[in-house]
Design a protein around this ligand. Structure first.
Ligand code: ADP
Ligand code: MG
Length: 599
C-alpha cells in the first residue's frame, strides 16, 4: 500500500511560514520590502499591541491587478524573477514569493490594492490560506495590507511571543534598517496612536540623523564621510569619530539597499580604528556597499541577513583602507587624554623583561603587640587561598623550584606582607611563587558576586539621593528599560516617572554612593542587556556593569588588614580567577622563573 501523499497547500504554507515569519517584526519587514519593491514613495506602518492585534502597511506603490492580487498569496508566486539568470540581476528585496503565502497561512489578512490609473481596485480577505472574500473595491491607488491575529492558528508560536516591549523593539529595529537603506522614501511608524517615526524623503546623512540623531552626541561633527569607488565595489557612508565611540553604538552595513550583517567586514572597520578607541567602546558606522548583483549571493536563507560576496578579501582591504583614510584625513590620532586604565600589561610576565622588585609598603598602623597578630593570620589565610586556588587552576601548583634546597620564599619567613604595586596590583608570596592580583578586577569580581546574590535574594540596600538626576531615554531604550525595570529595582535603584521616556533617579544601591555618573551607568546597563537576555543573564549583565563601576572608583585594600580581608573575599568568590569579562585577575610568577633571572 502506498502511504506517501502531498501535503495540502495550507499545511505546506504554514510550515514555510515557520521559517519566514518568526514574529510580528518579520511581517513588518516583509510588507515594507514589498512596498519598496513596488516603487512606493511613502510607506506607513501602524502596529497595535506590537503587532499581536494588527499590523497595517499602506503604500503608494504601483498596486496589483485583480489577478495578481489573488496570485500574490500563492507560494512561489512572484513578479520579481522569471528564471535563474534573474537571480543574478536582483535589484529587489524580495524574489522568493514566499512572504505573502506565509503570512496568510498564519494570520488573517485583508488586502486592498489598486493599480495606478485603474478605475477600481481589489479587496481580498484570506485567513489560514483560505480565501474568504474577493471583490471590487474603491480603495486608493497603491496597496493596503491589514494583518490581524498573527499566529491565531499556531498557538505555540503565539504563546511564545515575547512581551509587547520586546516585540515592538524588534519591529522598530526592522523599521530602522529599512529606513536607513531607503532614505529617498518617506516612512512612518506608529504604535497604536503613538508616532514613533515620521521620516520624510531625504539623503543618507539626513536620514541617519533623523533615525539616530538624538542618540549620537554632536551628530554632524562626529560623523565622517567615507567614499571609495573601485571596479568591484563602491563604498560610501559614515563612520563615527573615535571620541564619539560609546558602549551602545549603532553599526550598520547595507548592500544594494539591503541591510546585512557581515562579521568579516566588521573586523575590517574595527581594524581601521585600532588603538583609537577607549576600552569597551565601539564606533558608530553606517556603511553602504554597491556591487554588481552578480557578485553577491543573497540566497542563503529567507530570514538570514548574512550575504556572501565574491571578492570578500579585496573588499575587506578596500573597506579597511577607506575607513582608515577618512579617520586619518581628519587628523585623528590616538590622543593622550584617552583613558588607558585597564590596558597596562603585567610587565613582569614578559619573557625578556626585568622584574622590578616591589618595595614593601610601610604600615603605620601596625602594632606588634596587638593580641591578634596579623602575621599569623596572614599565613593562615594563605593556606586557604592556595587550597581555593588549587581547585580552580591546578596547573600552577606543581611548578617546583629549580633548587628545592633553597626556596627563596618560605611560608615561615616574614615576607608574607602585601605590596601595592603601581597602584594597580597587590603582590604577595605564596607557596609556589609570587602572586600578583589586579586589584580593580578583583574588586569587580567580589562586588559582582555580591550583587548577584543580593539580586537573587531580592535584598539590596537603597540610598535615597539628595539631588535626583534625570534619565532621558529614547523610545526604544525606554521599552527595554521597562522590561528590565524589576531587575534594576531589585538591586536598589528607585525612580520617579517624569514624563514620557524620562525618569528621575531618586534612589541608588548603597554600593554605588561613590559612583560619579549614575546616568552613564544606567545607560551602560541598558546597552549591555542583550535582546534575548533571559532572567539570569540580565541579572549577570546588570551586576557586571554595577560591579565595574564600583570597582573603578573604590580604593579598598589600603592597609594590611584591609588587604587581607579583601583577598579573603576574593578567594571566597565562586570564580576568583577571572573578571566578569573574562580577564585574568591574578597571575603567579613561579619560583622557578624568579630563580632563572638570577642564573
Ligand atoms: P516576493 O516579494 O518574494 O516576490 P511576496 O510573497 O512578498 O514575494 O509577494 C508576492 C508578489 O506580490 C510580489 O512579487 C509582488 O508582485 C506582489 N506584491 C506584494 N506586495 C505588493 C505591494 N505592496 N505592491 C505591489 N505588489 C505587491
Ligand atoms: Mg516580498
Amino acid at each position: 500500500m502506498d502511504i506517501i501523499h502531498l501535503l495540502p497547500d495550507s499545511i505546506a504554507n504554514q510550515i514555510a511560514a515557520g521559517e519566514v515569519i518568526q514574529r510580528p517584526a518579520s511581517v513588518v519587514k516583509e510588507l515594507m520590502e514589498n512596498s519598496i519593491d513596488a516603487g512606493a514613495d511613502r510607506v506607513t506602518v501602524v502596529v497595535k499591541n506590537a503587532g499581536r492585534t494588527f499590523i497595517k502597511v499602506v503604500d503608494t506603490g504601483k498596486g496589483m491587478s485583480q489577478t495578481d492580487a489573488r496570485m500574490a498569496f500563492e507560494r512561489h508566486a512572484t513578479s520579481k524573477i522569471q528564471n535563474t539568470d534573474d537571480l543574478f540581476r536582483l535589484r529587489t528585496m524580495g524574489f522568493r514569493g514566499e512572504a505573502l503565502a506565509s503570512i496568510a497561512a498564519v494570520a488573517s489578512v485583508e488586502l486592498r490594492t489598486r493599480q495606478k490609473g485603474s478605475d477600481f481596485g481589489t479587496f481580498i480577505e484570506i485567513a489560514a490560506s483560505k480565501i474568504l472574500k474577493q471583490e471590487m473595491d474603491s480603495c486608493a491607488e497603491g496597496t493596503f495590507f491589514l494583518v490581524k491575529n498573527l499566529f491565531f492558528n499556531v498557538p505555540a508560536r503565539r504563546k511564545f511571543l515575547k512581551t509587547e516591549e520586546t516585540e515592538l523593539r524588534h519591529i522598530i529595529t526592522e523599521f530602522q534598517r529599512v529606513a536607513l537603506a531607503n532614505p529617498n522614501i518617506a516612512l512612518e511608524l506608529f504604535s497604536g496612536d503613538d508616532m514613533i517615526y515620521e521620516l520624510s524623503a531625504t539623503n543618507h546623512k539626513q536620514r541617519i540623523a533623523a533615525v539616530f540623531g538624538k542618540k549620537i552626541r554632536n551628530f554632524s561633527q562626529n560623523l565622517l564621510n567615507i567614499e571609495v569607488k573601485t571596479s568591484i565595489v563602491n563604498i560610501f557612508g559614515f563612520v563615527g569619530k573615535p571620541q564619539a565611540s560609546a558602549k551602545n553604538t549603532q553599526q550598520f552595513f547595507f548592500v544594494n539597499g539591503r541591510f546585512m550583517r557581515h562579521p568579516y567586514f566588521h573586523r575590517a572597520v574595527m581594524n581601521a580604528y585600532e588603538n583609537m578607541l577607549q576600552p569597551d567602546t565601539s564606533p558608530y558606522y553606517f556603511i553602504y556597499f554597491e556591487v554588481n548583483p552578480e557578485n553577491i549571493d543573497v540566497n542563503i536563507h529567507p530570514t538570514k541577513t548574512e550575504i556572501k560576496f565574491e571578492d570578500e578579501r579585496e573588499i575587506w582591504s578596500i573597506l579597511m583602507t577607506a575607513v582608515k583614510e577618512s579617520l586619518g584625513k581628519f587628523n585623528i590620532i590616538p590622543s593622550i587624554d584617552f583613558n588607558t586604565e585597564g590596558q597596562i600589561d603585567i610587565p613582569v610576565l614578559g619573557k625578556n623583561r626585568n622584574f622590578e622588585m616591589p618595595k614593601p609598603v610601610f604600615n603605620p598602623n601596625y602594632n606588634p603587640f596587638a593580641n591578634h597578630s596579623p602575621r599569623n593570620s596572614y599565613s593562615k589565610s594563605f593556606e586557604n587561598w592556595e587550597k581555593l586556588y588549587e581547585k580552580n587552576e591546578p596547573q600552577y601548583i606543581d611548578i617546583k623550584p629549580i633548587n628545592s634546597n633553597q626556596p627563596l620564599i618560605s611560608e615561615n619567613e616574614n615576607f608574607t606582607d602585601f605590596f601595592r604595586f603601581r597602584e594597580k596590583y597587590l603582590i604577595t608570596s605564596v607557596k609556589s611563587g609570587l602572586m600578583i592580583i589586579d586589584r580593580q578586577r578583583a574588586e569587580e569580581r567580589i562586588v559582582y558576586e555580591k550583587i548577584l546574590l543580593q539580586m537573587e535574594q531580592q535584598q539590596s540596600a537603597m540610598q535615597k539621593v539628595l539631588f535626583p538626576e534625570n534619565l532621558q531615554l529614547s523610545t526604544d531604550e525606554n521599552l527595554l528599560f521597562k522590561e528590565i525595570l524589576p531587575d534594576i529595582l531589585a538591586i536598589g535603584f528607585e525612580f520617579e516617572t517624569e514624563g514620557e521616556n524620562s525618569y528621575l533617579v531618586t534612589g541608588i544601591p548603597s554600593l554605588l554612593t561613590e559612583t560619579p555618573d549614575i546616568i552613564e551607568l544606567l545607560q551602560n546597563i541598558l546597552a549591555s542587556v542583550g535582546e534575548n537576555g533571559i532572567q539570569k543573564e540580565i541579572y549577570e549583565k546588570i551586576a557586571a556593569q554595577v560591579a565595574k563601576n564600583y570597582a573603578k572608583f573604590s580604593q579598598s585594600a589600603h592597609n594590611q588588614a584591609e588587604t587581607e580581608s579583601f583577598i579573603n573575599k576574593l578567594f571566597q568568590c565562586q570564580n576568583p580567577n577571572f573578571s566578569t569579562d573574562g580577564k585574568k585577575i591574578m597571575a603567579i610568577i613561579a619560583d622557578s622563573e624568579i630563580f632563572e633571572k638570577f642564573n
